[in-house]
Design a protein around this ligand. Structure first.
Ligand SMILES: NC(=O)c1ccc[n+]([C@@H]2O[C@H](COP(=O)([O-])OP(=O)(O)OC[C@H]3O[C@@H](n4cnc5c(N)ncnc54)[C@H](O)[C@@H]3O)[C@@H](O)[C@H]2O)c1
Length: 326
């Protein structure tokens, strides 16, 4: 029988790519998702339980039913801007919701967790590339919620021996190379899908936040890592914590920084069109430059991104968006 892995937020963008990777590697992913941001169509590799991580009874019932060897926790709200306007939503879902998940895990003797953390826990970098021992001083409430959970995990390890991997993703991007899934949120706010939709003329303009950052072309520099590379890192992190009965905190990025304008140029080249750009003010909580040092993930997991060059990211995302819109 396949070993079950419980996946909160498994219908979402990164969660669904992880479900595919788990299935490919002989695990049965059990998606637990309230579909607040996503749809059922991306749940293709195991059962879907429609449920909310704030519902302890439901979590306990299904953890007891499936007896997973581990839990991957993707479910969260993840919009930096919204987190300033609705901190209660973010603290409830991302912090209280996560405590609920952890307690349900302990009730059901599930002792291995992979947690979706974020480069947003670092705040404004004092050096780049950012290593895991860079100080964590989040500058958004979203980043703060991820940082709090990382602290909670240390305490749960100490007190209850809950093993965890905190994986700090930089900007997840691209789509499954078979185009079975991709970025498909109910309300999209991320640069690459919005830019592709604008280039394909589904939107008339693309808002770009800030053109006066202290960078080579004035737009913000980010590290884009292919979502399928992230999924492979999760599989390796799962094997690592199962084998070593221990905890790890790792950056997942491409170790390269591209400016927003460079990303848009790549999309324009791929689609042979111009994107109608509307520059607006910088957003609160947006650092000018973020890119990762991923040597630790290489050392600990023998993980290196293979699909995270900008061309592959954009090509795979464009292919997915063309199929999705048909
Ligand atoms: N996308 C990125 O670049 C990025 C970067 C760093 C960290 N992360 C983190 O990775 C995780 C996944 O991000 P994503 O981009 O796939 O987002 P997403 O919005 O596509 O997926 C999140 C999923 O969680 C579900 N969900 C939200 N609240 C829930 C709740 N209370 N109960 C059950 N399900 C709930 C949503 O319906 C959705 O399917 C998040 O924790 C996010 O903070 C994402």
């Amino acid at each position: 029988m396949k070993k079950a892995v419980f996946v909160t937020g498994g219908a979402g963008y990164i969660g669904s790519h992880n479900c595919k990777e788990l299935f490919k590697n002989g695990f049965l992913p059990i998606t637990f998702d309230n579909l607040s941001e996503s749809t059922k169509e991306s749940v293709k590799w195991g059962p879907l339980i429609e449920g909310d991580i704030n519902d302890s009874d439901k979590l306990n019932f299904y953890l007891n039913k499936y007896k997973p060897i581990a839990l991957m926790h993707f479910a969260a709200n993840a919009l930096v801007g919204e987190s300033f306007i609705a901190p209660n939503k973010y603290y409830k879902n991302n912090v209280a919701g996560t405590i609920n998940v952890l307690d349900a895990m302990l009730n059901n003797n599930v002792k291995n967790l992979i947690f979706s953390s974020s480069c947003a826990t670092y705040g404004n970098p004092i050096f780049t590339p950012i290593t895991e021992n860079h100080p964590q001083n989040p500058i958004s409430i979203y980043g703060q919620t991820k940082f709090f959970v990382e602290q909670i995990l240390k305490d749960y390890k100490r007190a209850y021996n809950l093993n965890y991997a905190s994986l700090r993703y930089f900007n997840a991007a691209g789509a499954d190379l078979d185009s079975e899934i991709g970025e498909n949120r109910k309300i999209e706010t991320h640069l690459i899908p919005l830019a592709i939709e604008t280039a394909l003329k589904f939107n008339d303009k693309l808002d770009v936040y800030g053109k006066n950052f202290n960078t080579k072309d004035g737009s913000a520099i980010r590290d884009y890592v292919h979502v399928s590379d992230i999924a492979i890192a999760h599989k390796k992190a799962l094997e690592s914590i199962l084998e070593n009965n221990d905890c790890i905190s790792l950056n997942l990025g491409s170790s390269k920084g591209f400016s927003v304008l460079e990303v848009l140029k790549e999309i324009e080249n791929e689609l042979n069109t111009k994107i109608n750009i509307n520059f607006t003010d910088k957003r609160e909580g947006d650092p000018p430059i973020l890119f990762a040092d991923c040597m630790l993930a290489k050392k600990v997991l023998d993980w290196e991104p293979k699909l995270s060059d900008l061309k592959t990211i954009i090509k795979s995302a464009v292919r997915w968006h063309k199929i999705k819109k048909r």
